[in-house]
Write a protein that binds this ligand. Structure first.
Ligand code: PGA
Length: 297
């Protein structure tokens, strides 16, 4: 069965229709475009991804020299498998990695401005990320939420990313306290709803969601596989409520939080798991290559 996203005439309503990369248009959708004389914009590369995604979040680590050495080692170590590997370095290393990775892995950023280009000192706009070779951008990472970023801002950043053709990787997840209080599912539902409600189906299909329990990030502990599976299934159900079912079904849902070369295979082989968002372990090219190998199914 084809896993490529299907775009219907309804998805193309509006002045600026967008379709996910690799989409198949229904005959009615094609007719509609012909009649309107409109060429839809192709957004993101994530939409309809069936291959596991392994996203490396370097956070605030690595100089240019270190990034180059990493890329050389990763190029040697990465098996030509099905997993798509995305490196998200600090902004300063993006241009250098675009060259040094030489196609061995894709490029993403860790954050972006909610604004377009303009008088916004210190901000990096989506357009600049596209320009430097990014295909993805992390949005709403828990470390940014912890620093005060609220759902409304996450929503604006997600839209800025999609508007420029980037695939946003939307992070959601509960704190330890919220989990203890039995609120994990409600918190994750709210974060998804606030970020994604009202998004056109084609744009939703270009989005990736990463479930990252905040208490597992950088902590060396993960939920049990059964707990991860339960939350990833919850994310799937919640996506089905905020968006049209067909588009929601195309969104890859990743797990993140203390993924390493030892636990990756088990976590990544869970039926609902579309890949991993990896922090600390992704700084070591050998560990990242081993995680990507564990993602092969
Ligand atoms: P970690 O970080 O793998 O070091 O827990 C994950 C993340 O912050 O995305």
């Amino acid at each position: 069965m084809s896993q490529r996203p299907l775009v219907t005439a309804r998805d193309l309503e509006g002045d600026d229709p967008v379709i996910p990369a690799g989409a198949i248009l229904t005959p009615l959708a094609r007719d509609l475009l012909r009649k309107r004389g409109v060429t839809p914009r192709v957004v993101g590369e994530a939409g309809g991804a069936v291959d596991p995604l392994v996203v490396a979040n370097w956070k605030s680590h690595k100089t240019l020299g270190e990034a180059r050495a990493f890329a050389a080692r990763l190029r040697d170590g990465l098996a030509r498998g099905r997993a798509r590997v995305v490196i998200c370095p600090p902004f300063t290393a993006l241009a250098c990695l675009a060259e040094a990775l030489a196609g061995a892995a894709e490029l993403g950023a860790q954050d972006l401005s909610p604004h377009g280009e303009g008088a916004h000192t210190g901000e990096v706009a989506a357009r600049h990320l596209v320009d430097v070779g990014c295909r993805f951008v992390i949005v709403g990472h828990s470390e940014r939420r912890h620093a005060g970023e609220e759902d409304a801002l996450v929503r604006r950043k997600l839209r800025a990313a999609l508007g420029a053709g980037l695939g946003p990787i939307l992070c959601v997840g509960e704190t330890a306290e919220e989990r203890r209080a039995g609120r994990a599912e409600a918190v994750v539902s709210r974060q998804l709803e606030e970020a994604l409600a009202g998004l056109e189906p084609a744009r939703l299909a270009a989005t990736v969601v990463a479930y990252e329990p905040r208490w597992a990030i950088g902590a060396g502990v993960t939920p049990t596989p059964a707990e991860v599976e339960a939350m990833l299934s919850h994310v799937r159900r919640a996506l089905g409520r905020v968006a049209e079912a067909a588009a929601a079904a195309r969104v890859p849902v990743l797990y993140g939080g203390s993924v390493n070369a030892r636990n990756a295979r088990e976590l990544l082989s869970l039926p609902t798991c579309g890949g991993a968002l990896v922090g600390g372990a992704s700084l070591d090219p050998d560990a990242l290559a081993a995680i990507a190998a564990g993602a092969e199914r």
